[in-house]
Design a protein. Structure first.
Ligand code: NAD
Length: 468
């Protein structure tokens, strides 16, 4: 796995996570010194993080391989390089995002000046999941740093190699007074959540999201919840079905389907279902070969619990492609199921694995009714050549994001905020939205004392004083 030098490093003292209160107190004290506030400090931290990712790319790629059998190319595209791009975008625009903004003052208050000032929140907690264990720890962290905060990062215990690599490296390259990595599972996270943070940023499932929000409520701490859901891929008659199938297969089976924004199921409108079955199977063969078990580009299921959960879903439809599985290696082939009952288990909860059910809807009205009757998904995808279909889906459905013609890729548009709505989460991040999330927009009004233009507003309100 991950290489660690033999000699102990003073930064390791910060990584034990045995005393959550001590860690938070230490970071709060560092925040109070003001060291995280200068733009130069923030940029230096971001550059150090960037350097780490570039210099230790192989270490992180090896960790991701160990945790999820991620191919090095996919690890770069979706985790390491992704984070580098997010850093570059932030470095390029941060000064502008932080600049105070002038706001007009009503005439009755003149002369006066009003503006908004972005101030850091303090010490924030980032709790991340196992599926993109590097990206989903570092993208929130870099936003927190850009906004001028101290941060505790709690990586997922289900991606232990990546967790260890983050715990080892972050305090070595970042200012260790201001960043701490606490490794562990439920007990360690519970201990952290008892502390008073200035913001809690959680990525994971809705059940734990509720635990996080409840814990934060005790301290009136605001939360960002990046959750999941069943993201549909709507396919309209008239769309190029072969092209749509390739895009869906690409988005669904990357990271073996363990992607929060992956198309969860296909909603095939009209007569597109049967043709899609063949096209999806063909696209899987094209990308992963006749035997995906031998493809170096195909990942594995994170653990046996998830493997068992996923293989139980294979009974919920007619297998059109895949279905092969091997518990010893946690291999589950890219699988497509047809003739799926919308009430069956595979259509109840987020699949979060390489099983793609096709559900059919007679027309667009039925498809929209199907989507809106369910929880608001994290993403919605549509493959259509009709502007009318695009307009209607935009106006008549709600989801964290909506993309036409391509799944998953909206994450890599740094100008687009990323987040869910309803059951798929609340709040957002990426780029400017991260800085907004991890800062407070303070209203600042300033009126000179000389020239007392307010006389008319002071009591007593004798007649003759006009309304302001
Ligand atoms: P996970 O099991 O790694 O849990 C996420 C984090 O919650 C971990 O750090 C874990 O230690 C912590 N945790 C678990 N139980 C806890 C408890 N009882 N109290 C406090 N903390 C606890 O990951 P997961 O939840 O299986 O992740 C998968 C889910 O996350 C899916 O639903 C997926 O859609 C969603 N997800 C969302 C996004 C997004 O950006 N919106 C990204 C990735 C994953």
């Amino acid at each position: 796995g991950v290489s660690t030098p033999a000699a102990p490093h003073p930064a390791d003292a910060d990584n034990t996570g045995t005393d959550a209160a001590t860690t938070v107190a230490r970071l709060n004290a560092a925040f109070a010194t003001g060291r995280t506030r200068p733009l130069a400090w923030r940029k230096a931290q971001l550059r150090a993080l960037r350097r780490l990712l570039v210099e230790q790319e192989e270490v992180f790629a090896a960790a991701l391989k160990a945790d999820l059998s991620k191919s090095p190319t996919e690890a770069y595209l979706t985790e390491i390089g992704f984070t580098v791009n997010e850093i570059d975008h932030t470095l390029r625009h941060l000064a502008r995002w932080l600049r105070p903004r002038r706001v007009p003052v009503p005439l009755a208050l003149a002369p006066a000046r009003a503006r908004t000032v972005r101030e850091p929140l303090g010490t924030v907690l980032v709790i991340s999941p196992w599926n993109y264990p590097l990206q989903l720890a570092l993208a929130p962290l870099l936003g927190a740093i850009a906004a001028g905060n101290c941060a505790v990062v709690k990586p997922s215990e289900l991606a232990p190699a990546t967790s260890a690599a983050l715990a080892h490296w972050l305090p070595r390259v970042l200012d260790p007074q201001t960043v701490a990595v606490v490794e562990g599972g439920v007990p360690e996270t519970t201990a952290l959540l008892e502390q008073r943070f200035d913001h809690v940023f959680y990525t994971g499932n809705g059940t734990v999201g509720r635990i996080v929000m409840t814990a934060a409520a005790r301290h009136l701490t605001p939360v960002t919840l990046e959750l999941g859901g069943k993201s549909p891929a709507v396919v309209d008659p008239g769309a190029d079905l072969a092209a749509a199938a390739r895009r869906i297969v690409w988005g669904k089976f990357m990271n073996a389907g363990q992607t929060c924004v992956a198309p969860d199921y296909v909603l095939a409108i009209g007569d597109t279902g049967p043709a899609l079955e063949a096209e999806l199977a063909a696209a899987i063969r094209e990308m992963y070969g006749e035997d995906p078990a031998g493809s170096p580009d195909y990942g594995r299921i994170v653990n046996e619990r998830h493997f068992d959960r996923l293989t139980a879903l294979l009974a919920d439809g007619r297998t059109v492609a895949g279905g092969e599985h091997d518990r010893a290696t946690r291999y589950l082939a890219p699988t497509v199921l047809a003739d799926v009952d919308p009430e069956s288990p595979v259509m109840r909860d987020e699949i979060f694995g390489p099983v793609l059910p096709i559900v059919r809807a007679p027309d667009l009205d039925a498809a929209i009714a199907f989507i809106t009757a369910r929880d608001k998904p994290l993403a919605m995808y549509a493959f259509t050549s009709s502007a009318q279909t695009r307009r209607r889906l935009t106006a008549e459905t709600s989801s964290g994001a909506l993309a036409f013609g391509i799944p998953n890729a909206h994450l890599s548009v740094p100008g687009l905020p990323f987040g869910g709505v309803g059951e798929s989460g609340q709040g957002g991040y990426h780029g400017r939205r991260s800085v907004e999330t991890f800062s407070h927009t303070k209203a600042v009004l300033s009126k000179p004392l000389a020239l007392d233009t307010l006389r008319l507003a002071y009591p007593p309100f004798t007649s003759g004083k006009s309304r302001l």
